[in-house]
Design a protein around this ligand. Sequence first.
Ligand SMILES: Cc1cc2nc3c(=O)[nH]c(=O)nc-3n(C[C@H](O)[C@H](O)[C@H](O)COP(=O)(O)OP(=O)(O)OC[C@H]3O[C@@H](n4cnc5c(N)ncnc54)[C@H](O)[C@@H]3O)c2cc1C
Length: 277
Amino acid sequence: MGSERDTPLDPDAEVIIPGSGLSMVDARLSLADADHRGTITVVSRNGLLPKGHRELAPTSMDAADVPFGSSLPYFLRWFHDLADDIERDGGDWRSLVDGLRPYNQRIWQSWSTHTRRQFLRHLRPRWNIHRHRLPPELHERMDCAVARGRVQLVAGEFLDLERHGSGVRAVRPRGTRERRIMDVARVYDCGGVSVDVSASSNPVVRELVANGSARPDVLHIGLDVDEHCAVVDADGKPSRHLLAVGPLTRGRFFEIEAVPDIRVQCAGIAKQILAQH
Ligand SMILES: Cc1cc2nc3c(=O)[nH]c(=O)nc-3n(C[C@H](O)[C@H](O)[C@H](O)COP(=O)(O)OP(=O)(O)OC[C@H]3O[C@@H](n4cnc5c(N)ncnc54)[C@H](O)[C@@H]3O)c2cc1C
């Protein structure tokens, strides 16, 4: 966040951050490290902060234990029951989340498009805060900042952005019709990577979609790729030369944000290329 081209920020100025995930935490820490003292309003639809990490052994799980291809309500019940059992035995839900990790791509791919869509609509923010956790000391710093009112969490929708003097931003708190106008010095966009690839801030991705060499995946959360990561063009044909890795391929793989997963994906692609030549 921030750049050398930024105008200086008054240390007492109020700022707003759309997004309450890891990028927001990064932005907030950079501001705190630069001795910023103004109130930071964090707006996200759910107003949820990432959970704190703990070093724990993942729950040992066999593929046969995982209900691949089930409905979302069934899967949720299974997950909650298991988490309850683990906690009742003195364990921690984090072990379950981490134990499931090797199966997450298979779980995602076993779901119908309808189930994936339901998951994205209703569960994704909740999943993200449990899956992508903060180091304990950062989590404590964030909690402390919220408790002291330095960070104000708003569950709501970031509506609009207008220039008015130092700036006016409009927010609608969840469950209300109210339109709250906030006068802030700066907005740090931490709302995540643009999911609509045709409007991507990356000119390469945008151009590939515009000229038909690529297309969004069916859920519009990345680029359409085949099982070998070949980019699928506007006519549905996988490219022989263009491959995509990482979060851009989340429509097919979903659990493809963290570097260890991307590393495995890249190694697979490297093998594939070597085999072709
Ligand atoms: C705040 C935050 C914390 C995270 N923490 C962790 C963590 O602790 N552990 C973990 O495993 N993962 C973490 N992640 C996730 C991980 O960093 C990302 O998923 C991963 O970096 C994505 O890799 P990528 O190669 O797809 O994209 P990036 O890492 O974003 O790399 C893209 C690169 O391409 C370059 N580029 C883009 N467009 C062009 C262009 N047109 N011309 C030239 N170059 C270009 C960019 O400058 C950049 O260097 C975190 C993510 C965030 C946002």
